[in-house]
Design a protein around this ligand. Structure first.
Ligand SMILES: Nc1ncnc2c1ncn2[C@@H]1O[C@H](COP(=O)(O)OP(=O)(O)OP(=O)(O)O)[C@@H](O)[C@H]1O
Ligand SMILES: [Mg+2]
Length: 590
């Protein structure tokens, strides 16, 4: 396990402090020893000067050789040192540490460095190991001259003194340094502990920010560098948060735009993988779930879309449009605009916008058919009128019997033309919404009665039974009487036309929510399923030849539908071939 930062810092501090303390200790100890040595040296120098004076004073009174040893003894005992009196030839005359007999046996001291130096300059000093005492010694010698006696007085001090003195001082020094070391280590530990704790707080906060949690703010009580760092992290976090919020807001705005767009939007990366697809396109293509990351061809099983993407990739910048039609699950025609997405001069993907133009294309088709139908419908009666008129002019006018028939045909065809033109005009007026319906509250039953009355003769002729089902308390509707009359007569006319003799036609009405539902039911030939969706189109007839033969133009249901819708109602049909049809429509209650 990795060491915590404050442990590492503490160990580092300990090592540094220990090294420094040891250094200080060695330095102080050495300095102390030096100092002590110099003090001892100075004292010895003074003592030897004093001893010289003393010897010089006492020497003239010495008569016997043992007097020198006694003098050396007295000097040694006063100073607490070893005193030696040496003759100028090097003979030891007396020594405070030796008895007289021992003195006699001592080597000649002439060659001792301090003695030699004293003989040459009057003063000599030497530091060396004494074999006699077995320790380092400091020797100082001075020459004396008391008239009859000349010689050297030498004092010696064992340097173990220095050891004693410095040992005395070593302990308190070591103790105080040890205390200093402990205090330093403790304070280093505490400092690094608090320091690392604050660093840990910063580190935790930074990690939180990295995971996207910007809620936490760092509070450090001490305002130092770390405090500044904490403030900077807080500022940074606040800024990042507001940026992210901005970006998020823009993203959701964009998503809302994409979502509410009626156009389908698809963004693919340069490799053809789906990056984004909006709800409208998913609905067009019946795609479930989120296909992001999948291959476009997998998602939209259409080679045209794939080709569009490949072509856009291959070509230069610009918008490329194409029309594609999908047959499954339902026929849908889409106009696709594709363009490259270039960001920082690099291809980032392709944007495809899909417009559903199925209805547009259908309407275009209807319009084309309408134009063709109108000319066809007009041409037939006009050609017939022209033909009969020519025949009349060519002489048939004189043929009274036929002439009347011909004029009747011309009259009928003219009538048909007028009806046709009126129907077309009515229809285009209603369709354009220019006609004000002038709605007023009115009862349905009388309107239905009036329309049925107009067909009474035809019912009889065709032996068709009429049934009416109107409840006593049927609410009034808000409608235009003439227009609704037209709806009834068109629907009754159809029911009669497409019901063979012996059939039944039932006209009924009922309250349905806030509307009134009216139904015209027949037991006629019915309409095949696949035709039902088209019968409300202009000029559309299931069986063209038969319809025309029956005088129909195929405009009736179209007019009916538009009138009902202009009233705010709905129209619908239920039909089974050979079983009959039910046409129903609703009108708002007054
Ligand atoms: N009750 C019905 N039973 C069976 N088929 C019907 C019925 N009503 C309408 N249709 C079919 O729908 C077609 C369209 O009807 P629509 O009323 O628009 O035209 P039309 O009756 O042929 O001519 P118009 O009403 O202009 O004289 C008809 O040609 C017919 O094929
Ligand atoms: Mg009709």
């Amino acid at each position: 396990m990795a060491l915590k930062i404050h442990h590492k810092l503490t160990i580092l501090f300990c090592v540094i402090f220990a090294a420094v303390t040891l250094g200080i200790f060695i330095f102080l100890y050495q300095t102390l020893r030096e100092h002590t040595y110099h003090r001892i040296q100075d004292n010895l120098r003074k003592s030897v000067a004093f001893a010289e004076m003393y010897v010089r004073e006492k020497a003239p009174h010495i008569t016997a050789p043992q007097g020198w040893d006694t003098l050396a003894d007295s000097i040694g005992s006063v100073n607490g040192l070893r005193a030696t009196i040496i003759a100028r030839d090097g003979t030891v005359l007396g020594d405070s540490d030796l008895t007289l007999s021992e003195t006699r046996k001592v080597d000649n001291h002439r060659q001792r460095p301090e003695v030699d130096a004293a003989l040459r300059t009057g003063f000599g000093m030497s530091r060396r190991y004494s074999t006699t005492i077995g320790t380092d010694m400091l020797y100082m010698a001075r020459t004396f001259d008391s008239g009859p006696h000349k010689g050297i007085i030498r004092l010696a001090l064992p340097l173990s003194e220095i050891g004693y003195i410095s040992d005395e001082l070593k302990k308190p020094l070591a103790v105080s340094l040890a205390i200093a070391l402990i205090v330093a280590v403790l304070s280093a530990f505490l400092t690094s502990f608090f320091f690392s704790r604050r660093i840990a707080i910063l580190s935790r906060a930074a990690k939180k920010i990295a995971t996207g949690d910007f809620s936490r703010r760092i509070h450090l009580s001490v305002k130092d560098v770390l405090g500044d760092l904490a403030d900077s992290i807080n500022d940074m976090s606040a800024q990042v948060r507001s940026r992210i919020e901005e970006v998020g807001l823009e993203k959701s705005r964009l998503e809302a735009v994409l979502l509410s767009m009626v156009e389908g939007v698809l963004v693919v990366d340069p490799q053809g993988k789906v990056l984004l697809i909006n709800a409208a396109l998913k609905e067009f293509l019946h795609i479930e779930g989120n296909p992001a990351g999948r291959n476009t061809l997998e998602v939209i099983r259409n080679a045209d879309v794939q080709e569009n993407i490949s072509e856009t990739l291959a070509r230069g910048p610009g918008v490329y449009s194409s029309e594609i039609s999908l047959l499954y699950p339902e026929e849908i025609i889409l106009l696709v605009h594709a363009t490259k997405i270039i960001r920082e001069e690099k291809l980032d993907g392709i944007l495809l916008v899909f417009h559903n133009i199925t209805e547009l294309r259908r309407l275009e088709q209807v319009r084309k058919e309408f134009a063709a139908n109108v000319s066809h419908e007009l041409r037939t009666p006009v050609a017939s009128i022209k033909g009969y008129a020519e025949t009349l002019l060519d002489g048939a006018l004189e043929d009274k019997e036929n002439a009347r028939d011909f004029v009747e045909i011309i009259y009928k065809d003219t009538d048909r033309l007028i009806r046709l033109i009126n129907d077309i005009l009515d229809l285009s007026q209603i369709e354009s919404g220019r006609v004000d319906m002038n709605c007023a509250p009115l009862k349905i039953e009388p309107i239905a009665e009036k329309a049925l009355a107009a067909f009474r003769k035809d019912f009889h002729k065709k032996n068709v039974v009429i049934k009416k089902r109107f409840p006593g308390q049927l609410p009034a509707v808000l409608a235009n009487e003439d227009r609704i009359g037209l709806v009834f007569s068109n629907l009754i006319d159809n029911a009669l036309k497409y019901t063979p003799s012996g059939g039944t036609i039932t006209v009924s009405a009922a309250e349905s929510g806030d509307k009134v539902l009216i139904e015209i039911k027949d037991t006629g030939m019915g309409i095949p399923d696949k035709e039902i969706s088209r019968i409300f189109e202009r000029f559309y007839r299931v069986d063209k030849a038969r319809s025309r033969e029956l005088g129909g133009t195929g405009l009736g249901l179209s007019i009916v539908k538009h009138i009902v819708q202009a009233h705010g109602g709905d129209i619908f049909v239920e039909s089974r071939p050979d079983q009959g049809s039910t046409f129903g429509f609703t009108l708002p209650q007054a």
